[in-house]
Design a protein around this ligand. Sequence first.
Ligand SMILES: Nc1ncnc2c1ncn2[C@@H]1O[C@H](COP(=O)(O)OP(=O)(O)OP(=O)(O)O)[C@@H](O)[C@H]1O
Ligand SMILES: [Mg+2]
Length: 260
Amino acid sequence: MTSKQLNKKKGTPLIEIRNLTKAFGNNLVLKGFDLQLFPGENLVILGKSGSGKSVLIKCLVRLLNPDDGEIEILGKRIIDLDQKALDEIRTEVGFLFQGSALYDSMTVRENLRFPLRRHPERKASADEDQLILASLKSVGLEDAIDLMPAELSGGMKRRVALARTLILKPKIILYDEPTTGLDPITANEIIQLMLKLQDELGTASIIITHDMDCARVISNRVIILTDGINYAEGTYQELDESKDPKVSAFFKDINKRNHG
Ligand SMILES: Nc1ncnc2c1ncn2[C@@H]1O[C@H](COP(=O)(O)OP(=O)(O)OP(=O)(O)O)[C@@H](O)[C@H]1O
Ligand SMILES: [Mg+2]
């Protein structure tokens, strides 16, 4: 789907953030950040290191508590939710952490079993091993089921982490730096896999990245997080061509770092 088509059928936002504020002591990281995520779209958030991208995504799923502002996910104000309701929402929102965060002492199968055991209500009819195998298949790694994380390459680890995220069939996926630390070919494989999942599962995603190739290929829309706010928003191309000095400086800076 092109971003133009997507814009036309935006619909009700799956996630809406208004005026999000978060500080650590004197370090004011988010200063009134706004965002909307619409069905089916890949929304990329770009920002320099330390700009608050991970903090933003952690506030979204309440791994961190925001100081102020509103966060609605699938129509629920998550600030108000008790632990049980929060756990339920978390099954709808898959989170791929920065790095892969697999449990090193567990096999791939055990890593994927983990979310199923935490959320037995989500198993529905299929049996555990079938769900694990199906999820590994969707990332092309069914043969790795009995391997340990130490036996996997960086790209394979990333895919197993993605399979673990997919096993609860989330409506929304949050990716924190999905391609960082991978060589360009492996990074591209992950990008293609993310596009395939968007297409086949119809999931909407927020993707945090500094990888401009990733942003260009995967995004339907891009937000630039700088100075703690949603500074600029548009398609990759619109922002790349922007005359706003801060936006164009940002693209120049990042392109220089990525290409020489
Ligand atoms: N738990 C925490 N306690 C205190 N300060 C924190 C905490 N987490 C993040 N910070 C601070 O918040 C700011 C933003 O951090 P964050 O991890 O969101 O950056 P980022 O944009 O994800 O950077 P990167 O691109 O390097 O991953 C930094 O100044 C960081 O030191
Ligand atoms: Mg980060």
